[in-house]
Write a protein of this length. Structure first.
Length: 147
């Protein structure tokens, strides 16, 4: 086999898409796609692994791991997950899918009227009060819809 054929043979499997989502997280991944559609964004989660595992930030409860030419992976800390409310679980996975699916980075912008983060892509969870006050705005901002 010549060098070019070998390169292509090694490259092709890496170009495929893998979707492997633990049953505990499927509903939230489906909600992510539905929410994107509701704000006019065309988002398909088709290359992602979401599973229980060690995270680099136990306080956040989940971490997105991205590497070139590999399927992005979200590891979720089981103890943190079990302690979260449904709203906190949604925020944690939406935030990590913001990294892994949408290639978003953290933002530190805040609303001047209440000092809440302008995005769930803030470096730390936005909290119940801010989530209740700005939930729809967070969804639109995350997916690039109207602000």
């Amino acid at each position: 086999m010549n060098r070019h054929a070998l390169f292509i043979a090694l490259l092709l499997p890496a170009c495929g898409h893998t979707l492997q989502v633990d049953p505990d997280f499927r509903a939230t991944v489906e909600d992510f796609e539905r929410t994107a559609a509701s704000v006019g964004a065309d988002v398909a989660v088709d290359d992602l692994v979401v599973e229980y595992g060690e995270t680099s930030n136990a306080a956040a409860g989940a971490t997105c791991y991205r590497r070139t030419m590999h399927t992005p992976r979200i590891a979720v800390d089981r103890g943190a997950w079990d302690a979260m409310t449904d709203a906190q679980k949604r925020e944690a996975l939406f935030h990590e899918m913001g990294h892994c699916v949408l290639n978003r980075e953290h933002t530190t912008e805040r609303y001047p009227q209440d000092n809440c983060p302008r995005s769930i892509m803030a470096p730390s969870p936005v909290g119940d009060w801010c989530r209740n006050a700005h939930g729809e705005e967070y969804d639109r901002e995350l997916f690039g819809g109207e602000k």
